[in-house]
Ligand binder design. Sequence first.
Ligand SMILES: Cc1cc2nc3c(=O)[nH]c(=O)nc-3n(C[C@H](O)[C@H](O)[C@H](O)COP(=O)(O)O)c2cc1C
Ligand SMILES: C=C(O[C@@H]1CC(C(=O)O)=C[C@@H](OP(=O)(O)O)[C@H]1O)C(=O)O
Length: 359
Amino acid sequence: MGNSFGKIFKISTFGESHGKGLGVIIDGCPAGLVIDEEFIRSEMQRRKPGQSKITTQRKEEDEFQLLSGVFEGKSTGTPIGMVIMNTDQKSKDYGHIADKFRPSHADFTYHEKYGVRDYRGGGRSSARETAARVAGGAVAKLFLKHFGIDIKAYVSQVGHLKLDTPYHKLDLSKIEDNILRCPDAKKAEEMIDYIDSIRKSRDTVGGVVSCVITGAPAGLGEPVFDRLHAELGKAMLSINAVKGFEYGSGFEGVSMRGSEHNDVFYTDQTGKTRTKTNHSGGIQGGISNGEDIYFKVAFKPVATIMIDQESVNEAGEAVTVSGKGRHDPCVVPRAVPIVEAMAALVLADYLLISRTNKL
Ligand SMILES: Cc1cc2nc3c(=O)[nH]c(=O)nc-3n(C[C@H](O)[C@H](O)[C@H](O)COP(=O)(O)O)c2cc1C
Ligand SMILES: C=C(O[C@@H]1CC(C(=O)O)=C[C@@H](OP(=O)(O)O)[C@H]1O)C(=O)O
């Protein structure tokens, strides 16, 4: 329980941040899919630590080894296994807090739940686990390409600095042009400087990742509990440090009237039923309607800060804790490929579950 995601296109991940390595098992990937290892590698590179001055300086190349489920470059329909070895753990950075709880990390809750924990680098609670998700998500993306479904995420907020332009007015081909992964170069520069100043003050800051899915057909999703947006929400809220998820008009829709918010239907030149606006975010009644699916994910400031904070240890005694070593001053630049990977897993799963339910 708790280490798997998905119903038909399923992933299970294993591994800890300072153990030997991590990995993913993908079960349910249809046979005959060309497994483009170069593409998987490029996705891993987008997430890896040590990639710029505004990320953790842990240096991992995140090279993966494909162990199973692929023959002559194509999936065989059997479980696809991939491992990623850890090479740059510095466990002594955690020696001073082995029995102490970092405020707002998972140290206390893991201790309460299991009574035993691998304190090194946060063990399995570390976002290092998301390397395995990105490997799994890359295979899901390869599957989605066959259906013309594309997923693009980008940074739209860092602290109080916001990119207010809606996604359809941005040039999303520019996302990878800067180390922040924000398609607006000027805003990106401001946000990067801000993260750098926060890092220099030994503190951390939160941010928002926006995501848009294009090319999804109408009919994905289930009408009651397994609504498409509910599954996307679960996927996003399962990512480390996520505190919020909203899709379509989200919380802003609250201040609109129905007459403004309703997405009016029309028939386009090809005879397809479309909507003039898309406040619904491409999903109505839990089912995709063929319009773009878009959502936002809010990330909190990283818990481990290089500033003394009050806490307690396992014996309940008052202590002071301060982080050491290498931490992200802001997670959003590296969270972009993680958000895309989780979205790809949901879409791949729902393509297999529920495209339509009629003769
Ligand atoms: C890409 C990414 C990088 C992260 N890097 C760090 C980090 O360097 N230090 C840290 O304390 N937390 C980091 N986190 C957040 C922790 O993993 C997370 O706060 C922890 O697992 C506790 O879970 P929660 O915040 O979801 O409650 C990162 C999260 C993500 C998504
Ligand atoms: C290693 C990664 O990020 C780590 C995520 C993380 C955390 O607490 O989530 C804490 C840091 O771990 P460590 O102190 O072991 O370097 C980050 O570097 C990674 O993403 O691959």
